[in-house]
Every structure is written in structure tokens, then in C-alpha cells.
Design a protein around this ligand. Structure first.
Ligand SMILES: [Fe+2]
Ligand SMILES: [Fe+2]
Length: 229
């Protein structure tokens, strides 16, 4: 069982209190998850001080905590404070973490060849994680800073021939989105902090006061669990 947190964007006391509440939400789960994954945008500006704060806020979690970078992160500073993960065993579920970030850019790229090589290593039930979701949300303001169509199409082909992948999980869009790609479910986890307004066709990205949430993944199912403070 894997708990997913996403997009804490740590920069001030509000974002810190919101991540602390999400951590308490994980600690309230029964049973406790085998591991926690934070799917990017850990820090708002990618500074060392922000990553140190993230490390302090995640410290109460007794299980392994994995992180992968988002467009707001500085991957080297993040790794220096929080480590990084490419693959991990999470209670018999294999986690593969893809780095879709590009220095200095908000949109992403997916190294599909790298992922294909990781998938060739094992037939164990697998969750593939990344920051940028590999599907369009229908909100142009978000889709402009997503993954290129060519990368999504290549991933669709890879997923279609990789039946061990149970789910693709992502963040970045600050709300829950579900889609199917290459016959595989894709689900995004809301932010621990601010949520994106549901406005299909919107050219501008607006935040909205909606409850933060975490996700809980097993091999067979994903749950989205709202966070209460
Ligand atoms: Fe974000
Ligand atoms: Fe992002």
C-alpha cells in the first residue's frame, strides 16, 4: 500500500501547515501504508531552506518516504535534502518514479525508453509515477504545461504491452483527474495545499478553496482521501 502526497509547494506557514495536516492524515490511516511518495512541486522556489522545511514536515512519517521532482523543484537541491528514487519495492508493489521535470521550464518530458528499460526488469505489479500527467485534462491552461503528445503516445504504446503496470499516478494539476492510456488507468492526486478550479476549456489557471487530499494506492484500487485539519 502506497500513500501519495503531491504538490505541497512549501514556501510559507500556510503551505507548511497544509503539509503537516496531510502527514497527519497518512498517520491516521489503518493500516499504515508501506511507503509514501510525494509526486513533485515539493518546494515553491526550489530553495535549500524550503527543502529543509519539507524534510522536517515529513519527518514524523515512520515508513520510507520517496520523492520525485516537479517543475517548481530544483532536482539537485531536492535530492541533496530528501534523496530521490528510481525504483522501490512497496509491500510487494513495484514503484517506478519517472523524472519529467526540465530545468527552467514548466512543461515536462517523459523518457519513455528509460521507463521501458525499467519495466523490462520485472513483471511484478507496478505503479508508474511522475509529476506531469501523461493525459490532457481538457483545461488548456494546465495542458500547455503538460507532457508533449508524442511522449503520451509513446507511453500509451508501452503501457499496452506492459500488463504488469496497474496504474500511472501523477500530480501537477492540483485536482483529481482520471483517464485511461494504453488500456491503463491514469489518476492524479490533488495538492496538499491549493486546488485548481474545474473550468474545462479555461485559458487561465485559477485556484479555488477546495479540500486538499491524499491518494492511497494498492495493486487493485486507488482511493482519494480528503484531508481535514
Ligand atoms: Fe504544483
Ligand atoms: Fe507542477
Amino acid at each position: 500500500m502506497l500513500a501519495q502526497l503531491s504538490d505541497p509547494h512549501i514556501q510559507d506557514e500556510d503551505s507548511a501547515a497544509a503539509l503537516a495536516a496531510a502527514v497527519r492524515c497518512v498517520l491516521d490511516l489503518t493500516p499504515l501504508p508501506d511507503a509514501v511518495l510525494v509526486t513533485g512541486d515539493l518546494a515553491e522556489h526550489g530553495s535549500a531552506a524550503e527543502y529543509e522545511r519539507v524534510r522536517e514536515l515529513l519527518a514524523p512519517l515512520p515508513m520510507p518516504v520517496h520523492v520525485l521532482p516537479g517543475n517548481h523543484d530544483d532536482r539537485d537541491a531536492m535530492r541533496a535534502h530528501l534523496g530521490g528514487v528510481e525504483t522501490a519495492d512497496v509491500g510487494g508493489l513495484r514503484l517506478i518514479a519517472c523524472d519529467t521535470s526540465q530545468p527552467g521550464r514548466d512543461d515536462g518530458r517523459l523518457d519513455v525508453e528509460w521507463l521501458a528499460a525499467r519495466l523490462a526488469e520485472s513483471d511484478a505489479p507496478t505503479i508508474v509515477a511522475m509529476h506531469h500527467p501523461p493525459v490532457a485534462t481538457g483545461i488548456p491552461a494546465l495542458d500547455r504545461i503538460g507532457l508533449p503528445e508524442a511522449d503520451c503516445a509513446a507511453l500509451a504504446g508501452l503501457l499496452a504491452r506492459s500488463p504488469q503496470v496497474r496504474r500511472v499516478i501523477a500530480g501537477h494539476v492540483h485536482r483529481t483527474v482520471f483517464a485511461v492510456l494504453g488500456g491503463c488507468g491514469v489518476v492524479t492526486c490533488p495538492s496538499t495545499n491549493r486546488q485548481a478550479k474545474l473550468e474545462l476549456g479555461a485559458e487561465e489557471f485559477n485556484f479555488v478553496h477546495e479540500p486538499p487530499a491524499i491518494a492511497v494506492h494498492t495493486a487493485s484500487v486507488a482511493h482519494i482521501q480528503p484531508v481535514t485539519r
